[in-house]
Design a protein around this ligand. Structure first.
Ligand code: ZN
Ligand code: ZN
Length: 264
């Protein structure tokens, strides 16, 4: 896509989004008294009527932005953490926060663990483990990892910015926005995209905290409640076959030993 090609000036043109090799098109000045009163999406006709680049030209920004902040930040133990991209996040219940967390480059794709084990997997929302990882007590489902969020958030942001550029170009065409205001309005849209993403980061953290170790805690309670050695044996056998987290299996084994030794 032309708009991803780097720092060169790209002039107002719908073709910047669809025809990478099309001619660059200057936008007629909004106060122009020329015949270009309704700029069209046809580069050739605009160029023919309006001539070469003019003061009203609009610089289409690079998408993704060259200074993209959506990169993981190493945490205290070297783990991936999320960057801070806005000091003014939108509410965690904002409709676009939901849109960000439900956006996936591969909506039908499996998480890494299910792909390895050839299990049927389902993506619901970034920050929530897939079903198989949840029941197997795998706390490292890739759907709940910062890196997964950042990759999909960047893709969502790029779509959002493309939509905003189209919207602003339309406003200029309709003469509701002066070309010289384009950059300012685009910057506002860019900042708003990061406010939405920061809200999504907060929601992601809430989801992760709420669901972290939930099934592992549940298994521990179930195991602690049981005094039935054959039942625990069947649980260990079934858990082993289905890839249940080893810490849970270990706890079940310890419980069997406790019961056998009479130290209930
Ligand atoms: Zn999965
Ligand atoms: Zn998973």
């Amino acid at each position: 896509m032309t708009s991803e090609s780097g720092p060169q000036r790209i002039y107002f043109s719908a073709s910047a989004f669809s025809l990478p090799n099309a001619a660059a098109v200057p936008l007629p000045d909004s106060n122009s008294s020329s015949n270009c009163s309704s700029p069209s999406y046809s580069p050739q006709s605009d160029v023919a009527q309006c001539g070469a680049t003019a003061p009203g030209d609009i610089l289409i920004p690079a998408i993704p932005p060259r200074d993209c902040p959506l990169q993981p930040v190493p945490g205290p133990n070297g783990e991936d953490t999320l960057p801070t991209v806005s000091s003014n996040p939108v509410d965690v219940e904002h409709a676009l926060v939901h849109a960000v967390l439900q956006h996936s480059v591969e909506p039908e794709g499996s998480c890494a663990a299910c792909e390895d084990d050839e299990l049927v997997c389902e993506f619901t929302e970034t920050g929530i483990s897939c079903g198989p990882c949840a029941v197997r007590s795998n706390e490292n489902c890739s759907f709940a990892q910062p890196r997964f969020l950042l990759e999909n958030a960047a893709d969502w942001r790029n779509d959002y910015l493309h939509d905003q550029v189209h919207r602003l170009m339309r406003e200029v065409q309709l003469r509701r926005l002066r070309p010289e205001q384009f950059a300012f309005e685009y910057r506002r849209s860019l900042n708003h995209s990061y406010a939405i993403l920061q809200g999504a980061f907060r929601r992601f953290q809430i989801l992760r905290r709420a669901s972290r170790c939930l099934t592992q805690r549940g298994y521990r309670c179930l195991i602690a409640s049981s005094t039935d050695v054959p039942q625990l044996g069947r649980f260990i056998e079934f858990g082993g076959e289905t890839g249940l987290d080893k810490a849970v299996l270990k706890r079940a084994g310890e419980r069997v030993a406790e019961i056998a030794s009479g130290s209930l």
